[in-house]
Ligand binder design. Sequence first.
Ligand code: NAD
Ligand code: ZN
Length: 363
Amino acid sequence: ETLTVELGERSYPIVIGEGLLQHAPKLLQEAGISSKSQLLIVTDEHVAKNYLEPLREVLATAGYRTTASVIAAGEQSKSLSVYDRIMTEAIQAGLDRKSAVLALGGGVVGDLAGFVAATYMRGIDFVQLPTTLLAHDSSVGGKVAINHPLGKNLIGAFHQPRVVIYDTSALHTLPKREVAAGFAEVVKHGLISDEAFVDWLKENADRLWELDSELLAKAIQRGCAVKAAIVSEDETEQGKRALLNLGHTFGHAFEALSAYSALNHGEAIAIGMCIAAKVAERVGIAEKGVCEQTERVLSLYHLPTKWPAGLTPEAVLEAMKRDKKTVGGKLALVLPRAIGHVELIKDIDEEIILTVMREEVEA
Ligand code: NAD
Ligand code: ZN
């Protein structure tokens, strides 16, 4: 299956299917990356174990020269020091303006490799080869970034890939905790704009959890389509794109305060979406049952919905204010009105947010 992210001359296809890595050379050529281009494959140690050599072989057979940068797995690698190391490897390998960076992995690899591609010689071609479910989100939309010790994704750029090659067979080696994290973003895309999709995710939760290939491809396709539609309307987040941040202002705070280790991104935003629903109920904009339904669909995918132990509401509020989604220090939050409908509410009273969080700690 193929869908297109419509961005004028920067439009690109997302190709989804089983066994696509075997067809990478053809898909690269169709995206305008010829076998004359040198390729830098960025991947992490877990992904490299299963998928790096087969990919290099199929690319070599088609005449591509490849260099690989293998990073340690985990959010810690989205750092200036790892960025610096990959840049050094790229320069030493002799990459030029016609070269391309291939991100083979999850969102960590995609964000980091994308930032390398965005900044190497002021920007070279970039291709996403997602290997996690969560990456259905991170590989679409062109936001690339690394973290600063003081905050997540604070150093970054917009750099769209030439093509996204989504080989769903890679998901079978993914640890279940990472599968759950990926479903958090899939559910998010439903909660933002598609009630029928949320119902479908509820009805088919068991088979999706077992990675039934047909249903999985459909879930990825639908999730990508929701994101692609919003990104097409608002590439650089002047307006509508902010809606994709449902659960993320809370979630980023949870992640930062747990030093990117106790909770992964998907778990953090799952809890964040539940708290956002509680705030929406408190300020009176949410339809009855929104909290309950949000918690229910997330629970079906084995995601946490309760306040993360050990964090205080006051610390979370401070971290939320440091998140770059604040405007002029005021908190703007994406809140659900109903399942499938969210809204960016600017200037929410901090006291309300604190009250809701304090109730959650006690619950
Ligand atoms: P990740 O890249 O760390 O992958 C999760 C874990 O799974 C890692 O240990 C990885 O080594 C392992 N793994 C990956 N593919 C595997 C496979 N096929 N088999 C076995 N193990 C595999 O994390 P993620 O959840 O994919 O992405 C999270 C990151 O994405 C965060 O940094 C987040 O900020 C970012 N993100 C970015 C955007 C965006 O728009 N750019 C959107 C959402 C999330
Ligand atoms: Zn996210």
